[in-house]
Design a protein around this ligand. Sequence first.
Ligand SMILES: [Zn+2]
Length: 450
Amino acid sequence: MFRRLSTLMEPVKKEKIVVILGSTATGKSDLSIQLATHFNGEIINSDSMQLYKNVDIVTNKHPIEERNNIPHHLMDFLPLSESYNLSLFEKDCNQKIKELLGNSKLPIIVGGTHYYLQALFNKTISEEYSRDLWTEKERNFLKENQFNTQVLYDELTKVDPVIASKWHPNDQTKLYNMLKIYYSTKEKPSDIYLSQEFSMKYDVLFLWVYSKPEILNKRLDNRVDGMFDKGALEEVKYLYEKFKEYNIGENREEKMKSGIWQVIGFKEFLPWLEDDCQDQKKFDQGKEVMKIKTRQYAKSQIKWIKNTLVPDIKGKNLFVLNASDLNEWKGKVENRAIDITQNFLKDLDIDKFEQTPEELSDLLDKTKLEKFQSVKNPIELKLNLAPFTCDNCTDKKGKPLVIIGQEKFKEHLNSNKHKHVLQYIAKKRKFEEWKKQQEEKEKEEGNVDI
Ligand SMILES: [Zn+2]
């Protein structure tokens, strides 16, 4: 009740920021500079590799001479020996935003590390727990039962039946995490999910610069070739020197999952580098792998926008700019972005702009968007994936088969697998009946004999 009352009060007006997102090589940086120039803005980088000092070409930093004197923050400051993460970004980014707003500058966040954008949301549930708040009993319980899925499930069902019913009873990680949250906050995870997640710290305009894959892939290949024309080779060799200096080679698998070593355009060349840069074939192979990885990365960036960001923001304040044909940049990207941003900043109607240009209308599924908007919190949609148990089928371990989500369950009921099981059960039942009859008959006949 209190919660409802508080929403009736005049909401605190959130400050406005702009986020430019989209996959690599769509022209995000160009747009950011055009917008910053037009609206007295400054850029905050949200590309995890461009945080690092040096290695400008491999990490794709926008050349200084093309930045039109627009300051770029959180770029080019991190020593190669250090690693960085979302929590650090959350702290640094929000501090910068505050600073820029204080100077009456429009903060424009630009970068391809899309999951860093979580920094703009109010605390997400995954960060809500702290070991220090567990009682000794709780600590011991978690320690003893971490991998005992059944016990975790029973315990979670006791403390928060809603959330327990929403996760797969065999999903050890989820069950374990939910209990950790409960023990730390003493609040039901389901309540936290519904009340805290997905409110944003700011009033955010999302501009998604998009290029059709067939065009983008070509552009990505060209970009990789272009890097080597600009001197990427020197940077790769420089990185290798540092790689040796910091002993990254030891425990390589683990270490290369963090820091600058994840950058696309280094590890691909390790076979060549470790061979004294002698074998041209190894170099060519490295470049080929780099191109493939770049294309895969671009694909994953789009997937993240569609599957994570769009539901989280309920598809609101997000506009797609078609950057497929760079000859049409001015009209389809720059001017459209300026018009939308203008209205956004002046609190004028932005819903009058189509979210996606007509030629890209299949990019954001309208019915899905309506679904996102119809729920109080998009997590409800995810939570709706409740488990359903089939009374007839069993899983590999011989337990009753559990299927997540009503739609999937319906599919299962119509599947051949399920029908075969039903047929088998029916046949078995028939056989059992027949056997019983026979036995009874035998008994009767036997009785006659006596
Ligand atoms: Zn079944």
